[in-house]
Design a binder for this molecule. Structure first.
Ligand code: ATP
Ligand code: MG
Length: 400
């Protein structure tokens, strides 16, 4: 059935040899049939998690309580989960406990959507008890069993429906849309972290316009952090956004661009994003402002560094409809006289040596930034003697 699956084949062979079943399940089976790039490969088996642990050399019990063992094989990792159903759902989130079951069909029946509820053997045979294949053809998001019940069990599934409509550019079945309308308030029971995962994937999908339409139609956006207090921000994005945003920092910079009164840190806190995302979004935003006034300068590329250049360029495209050739940006960056502070031919202790009469203080960092700036502008070569001469001259005029 092709490369990523073949690489996981030893897992299936090993389990089969010991008398157990094992299939590929979930997203990879869906994406394989759609001819989309395959993400993580998950497997399901009737072997219990302890047996799975014993059969393979390198395993991590990532979710042993609900039957999931990570199996490591040739630099890849695979989640192998024992067939299970889920117990009662008390709070519209996760089940209180899971029950291991005997058949793959029972396992598939706990899954959210028909297109996610298929299994595949090594021979490429598809097990499809809920007509997922038909829904793939129709490009339809349909729940396994009644949408009402499934959303009551786990309210996140409502947002997942919208997320898949974006990623796959599928429509959501009418009854499912109705059930989202009726049950949207249940999303309040869901942790921000799980919401962030789905919303991030939604913004990154080719059908993001369609997904925003569903969020508006069902009013599900009124259940989302920030948007629930700032309806106008959602509506603005709904009007404006036509292309996917596949990077969290670019997304945050964009949201801040749409509504400047909501700070980048406010978005990041509301969605519990990391400091790394916060930092990157801030750099993108500052570089954007600098670009608007001064254009593409060495200083701008230096500020971005090769780490953020591509994302900043994506952002420019998002808000201005045009962008630079990213490989040109990289080669300009490569030609910078210095790429980071430590590339400067002189450092703080050199400055103290050059100006022995001065006490340590702010002047050191001020001199260093000015030197950086002059070197980047090409006004000063990055050479120790030249810089030393310049520093002495500045020092002289300041003493006078
Ligand atoms: P992606 O390619 O984005 O990872 P995926 O289909 O693999 O998509 P995951 O969130 O990784 O989605 O979940 C893996 C599988 O587990 C799904 O295909 C689905 O069968 C099942 N699943 C995940 N979350 C839920 C849920 N909340 N309710 C029911 N089934 C779920
Ligand atoms: Mg997955």
């Amino acid at each position: 059935v092709g490369k990523p699956f073949d690489q996981a084949a030893p897992i299936i062979h090993t389990l089969n040899k010991s008398g157990y079943e094992c299939f590929f399940v979930g997203g990879s089976v869906r994406d394989y049939q759609l001819d989309r790039p395959i993400g993580d490969i998950d497997l399901a088996t009737d072997a219990d998690p302890y047996t799975v642990q014993q059969l393979f050399n390198r395993t991590v019990p990532v979710g042993i309580d609900h039957g999931t063992i990570l199996v490591l094989l040739n630099n890849e990792s695979y989640e192998v989960t024992t067939y299970r159903t889920e117990g009662e759902y008390k709070d519209h989130r996760r089940p209180d406990r899971v029950f291991f079951v005997d058949s793959i069909e029972e396992d598939l029946s706990r899954r959210d959507f028909t297109i996610n509820a298929m299994a595949m053997g090594l021979d490429g045979n598809i097990i499809d008890p809920f007509n997922g294949q038909q829904d793939l053809k129709l490009k339809r998001i349909q729940t396994v069993r009644h949408a009402q019940d499934r959303f009551n069990e786990d309210a996140l599934r409502m947002l997942r429906a919208v997320r898949f409509s974006s990623q796959l550019d599928f429509f959501i079945d009418d009854e499912v849309v109705m059930a989202i309308k009726e049950n949207r308030s249940l999303l309040d029971a869901i942790s921000v972290e799980r919401i962030t995962v789905e919303l991030t994937k939604m913004f990154g999908g080719i059908g993001v316009g369609k997904a925003l339409e569903y969020l508006k139609e069902t009013k599900l956006y009124q259940q989302l952090p920030v948007f629930q207090e700032h309806e106008n921000v959602f509506l603005e994005i709904y009007e404006q956004l036509r292309e996917p945003i596949d990077n969290q920092a670019v997304l945050i910079a964009y949201l801040h661009f749409i509504e400047p009164s909501i700070a980048i840190s406010a978005w990041c806190n509301a969605y519990k994003l990391s400091n790394a995302v916060k930092r990157k979004a801030t750099i993108i935003h500052e570089a954007f402002a600098q670009h608007q006034t001064k254009g593409l300068t060495n200083n701008l590329l230096y500020k971005l560094t090769d780490e953020h250049i591509a994302s900043w360029n994506d952002f420019i495209h998002l808000v201005e409809g045009k962008s630079y050739d990213v490989s040109e940006l990289y080669s300009m960056f490569e030609q910078l006289p210095i790429k980071q502070k430590s590339d400067l031919a002189i450092n703080g202790s050199d400055l103290i040596r050059i100006c022995p009469e001065r006490k340590k203080g702010r002047w050191i960092s001020e001199y260093l930034s000015e030197l950086e700036y002059q070197v980047l502008r090409g006004k000063l070569p990055n050479q120790k003697d030249e810089i030393e001469r310049q520093v002495k001259a500045w020092n002289q005029t300041e003493q006078d």
